[in-house]
Design a protein around this ligand. Sequence first.
Ligand SMILES: [Zn+2]
Length: 302
Amino acid sequence: MGVPERLAEPDDTKFLARTDRRHLYSVPMSTGEAAPAPPTTPWQATMWTCSLCGHCNLTGEQCEACGVARRYLDDPPLDVPFTPRLTDLSSFWIGLMWGVAALGGTFALLSPTLRDTIGPVFLLLEVFAAGAAFVSSMFTAAWERIFNQIELQVPPHAAAGSVFQARLKLVPYSVVENVTVKFSLSDRFYQDKGNEVELKTKRLDANRVLQRGRLPGRRMTDLSAEFMAPFPMTKHTHMQAELNASFLSVLSLFVPSLKFSAKNVKEHGGYYVEAYVRVGLLSRRYHKRVFTYAIGNQVHIG
Ligand SMILES: [Zn+2]
């Protein structure tokens, strides 16, 4: 592959530099302040240097020395792998395993002797659970075949009342149509109700940034939304919830799926930015916490 490896991890400054360069050549620069200067001579305006071979081209949309299209150099594809095969994804194999388990359960349900030996209630639950795990694993596999990378970026903290930016970077393997992206900011807090702790979520703001849009393949699409950091006044920690979480994490040594429940309980409180991404029938949610603070007579953090 001749594309230099700097493309493997694109950083914004390089993209910016490239955009600037384009402007430099395409926009006629005015030198005087009153009368707009006559546009530069055509050969100057269209002059560009090939970044692959260094040849200075006077005109044309293709490098005279190496034949690479200028358009391709201005917006090169990222050096990401191509769409993985289903069989390369562990989620596919795990899904397949659950599918077999669901089929086995169905088969046992249909056979009178097996049904009576194992018990119909247990079998029904087994088929239901395995079926659900099968569907969710297959959805995961399908999702992993669309996106090479999805990353939600949120500043770790923001002063109350200030505006902060949430960004979502998406790199699909190929062109994706029908993409919807929504950002939202939620407050997840604890509310005491007698002896019980109640976990509540309140949506503070939402912003739809893409509606049935199209993402270019093997390019990075950068979407962003701005939110106002709220004053931290709700309760984001709770002793009992922390204790429940540690208890669950001990149990999770024996039941792996409880690890997620523990994590959920532990991480519930706080201000969270959510990015909701939908492609056709598939959808995913990405969350990141942002701490807000206010410094007055006291320091408030939440
Ligand atoms: Zn060239």
